[in-house]
Design a binder for this molecule. Structure first.
Ligand code: FNR
Length: 188
């Protein structure tokens, strides 16, 4: 049985490196894993007034979360933090109060930047929020894609051997992490 992963890109721009990185991860995923990229750009900004009658985009996000075994949060770095697009999706996924859909699900967090720090500040802040909503973020290997413009081709293919190796290692560790948490749930 296939492991279903929902992947979220924190960038809404068409030529986003972060979104291209998700494509690269989709292409290289093990056979036992399917990765669906979920568009979070059409969600309204978080607003408790909307909770009485949830907008369709929020309902769609909720369904995607419920159907997923695990998540990938890929984020650009905005002013040394992560993208508000991701924060908005995490916030909606945790609401209305008492319906935190992220609870105890495994997740991976990835930083992506055209510069040399690879989105470290973004990843560091994002992990903090993931803790609070009780996601289970994989600790290692960490994943920072630096110099994204050099590493990712126009079509999203990776043209750098070290990055390819890192993606391979990422997948084997993440598959193991997801199974470990699934097994723990099944046993308890
Ligand atoms: C940036 N950018 C940026 N880059 C970085 O490495 N560290 C940072 O703190 C910031 N800060 C920042 C703030 C804002 C508001 C914007 C719009 C951009 C540059 C950013 O990394 C670059 O635009 C990337 O190309 C964004 O990722 P995508 O859209 O290519 O996925």
């Amino acid at each position: 049985n296939t492991i279903k992963i929902s992947a979220f890109s924190g960038s809404l721009r068409k030529e986003s490196y972060t979104t291209k990185l998700i494509h690269a991860l989709q292409k290289s995923a093990p056979e036992s894993i399917s990765v669906m990229r979920i568009d979070i750009g059409n969600l309204p900004l978080i607003n408790e007034d909307l909770e009485a009658d949830l907008p369709q985009a929020v309902k769609d996000l909720h369904n995607s979360i419920k159907e997923s075994d695990a998540f990938i949060f890929a984020t650009p770095e905005y002013n040394r933090s992560y993208s508000p697009v991701i924060k908005n999706a995490i916030d909606w996924g945790s609401r209305p109060q008492g319906n935190n859909l992220w609870n105890e699900k495994p997740a991976a967090v990835i930083g992506c930047s055209p510069y040399s720090l690879g989105g470290f500040g973004a990843v560091n802040h994002l992990r903090q929020v993931m803790m609070y909503v009780n996601l289970a973020p994989m600790q290692q290997p960490e994943f920072y894609l630096s110099n994204a413009a050099d590493v990712l081709q126009q079509n999203g293919d990776v043209n750098d051997e070290e990055t390819k190796k890192h993606i391979y290692e990422f997948w084997s560790a993440f598959e193991f992490w997801i199974k470990k948490i699934k097994y723990a749930h099944a046993e308890s």
